[in-house]
Ligand binder design. Structure first.
Ligand code: MG
Length: 371
């Protein structure tokens, strides 16, 4: 597949923070992808919660399987749009590296604990992981990824944190949040693929867990359209196959919708380079109709799944675990590994340590420190 003029090209990358030679057979984005796959933070995603706590069942999504699904969706769309597939894959696989244990509950709790010390943002944490916290190379901290990969990883950023990033790295990945510019199309695509992936797999996990039902989903026009279509075609189909086939059709249609809407936007704005993309409005998008239906689905999942009493019960417990871990390490830094205990900014060292934990390690540490 030929790269489009508006795609990121590794031959014209803005480069790495520490200069490195080229690899003989791999382009710069392939190397980034490979570094991410081999990182410690990536392996830990398998034991981190997406919505359901990791120990609640073996079939629910974890951060790892979620990231793989995002990469699959983003790659397949990237190929059609002429974008760089390796870059898209690298961003997708790295986008959740900064997530705490216990999903959003863990993150909210850590953000509260860190409020007096600069706060905690999971997107910024993903960048911190690849920029510094991974310890694998003799010459530098972190994975020393290309600018374009780091740009894609930092999806959101508060102005305050963008200013701090800008002070450390002028014109770097924080700059676009200050100048209201867009990231590359590869980054925009991963962002949308993330949303498409979790909407689809949360229906799946939600129904299989019994927390939401197909009957309730009749209130969600986007999903119910495909459910009715499948049942009209396969009259006696029910259960799992009905669920899977409805989700499959929904996802495919969303993919075709994004491709058509984005191709139209690209034609209209005709960016002739990545820099032109950064100055244009967002170009990877749903059609307005699909956007509206996608929001309805998100709202449904928020009310019926993410705020389900059974989910909230486990999130309350998870928040308490994170809060108590934070207090314990702050009071007794020696309970952390030496590298963390000796860092200058103790609260940030504690936050980095907790954020890196898997659900089960955090649970074990909590029990150990309370014993
Ligand atoms: Mg995600």
């Amino acid at each position: 597949m030929k790269l489009a003029v508006y795609a990121c090209d590794p031959a014209h990358s803005r480069g790495r923070r520490y200069a490195e030679g080229e690899a003989p057979t791999r382009n710069a984005y392939q190397r980034d992808r490979d570094r991410i796959v081999h990182s410690t933070a990536f392996r830990r995603l398998v034991y981190k919660t997406q919505v359901f706590l990791n120990h609640e069942g073996d079939l629910f999504r974890t951060r790892l399987t979620h990231s793989l699904e995002v990469a699959q969706l983003a790659r397949s769309m990237a190929r059609t749009l002429g974008l760089h597939e390796d870059l898209v894959e690298a961003i997708a696989l790295a986008h959740d590296l900064g997530h705490t244990p216990f999903g959003h509950a863990g993150q909210d709790a850590l953000n509260e604990c860190m409020a007096p010390h600069g706060g905690f943002e999971h997107n910024l944490q993903s960048l911190r992981v690849v920029d510094g916290l991974e310890e694998r190379y003799p010459q530098f901290d972190g994975l020393n990824l290309c600018f374009e990969t780091r740009e894609g990883i930092l999806k959101h950023c508060s102005v305050r944190n963008a200013q701090l990033l800008e002070a450390q790295e002028p014109g770097g990945v924080g700059a676009r949040f200050l100048h209201k510019a867009q990231p590359s199309l590869e980054a925009q695509l991963c962002n949308l693929a993330d949303e498409m992936a979790y909407n689809a797999h949360d229906i799946d996990d939600g129904v299989r867990s019994g927390l939401i039902t197909l009957e309730q989903l009749q209130d969600v026009p986007l999903f119910d359209h495909y459910r009715r279509q499948v049942q009209a075609e396969f009259y006696s189909l029910s259960g799992r196959r009905l669920l899977y086939e409805s989700i499959r059709r929904m996802l495919s249609d969303q993919v075709y919708d994004v491709l058509a809407a984005s191709q139209a936007a690209l034609q209209q704005h005709a960016p002739d380079s990545v820099d032109a993309v950064r100055l244009a409005p967002p170009l990877v998008q749903f059609s307005p109709a699909m956007q509206q239906r996608s929001v309805q689905l998100k709202t449904f999942l928020l009310h019926h799944l993410y705020r389900h009493p059974q989910v909230l019960q486990t999130t309350d417990w998870a928040k308490q675990v994170v809060r108590e871990l934070f207090e314990a390490y702050l009071a007794q830094p020696q309970e952390m590994p030496e590298g963390h205990a000796q860092r200058a900014h103790l609260p940030r060292a504690v936050a980095d340590y907790i954020a890196g934990m898997t659900d089960r390690f955090a649970t074990r540490e909590h029990a150990r420190l309370r014993a």
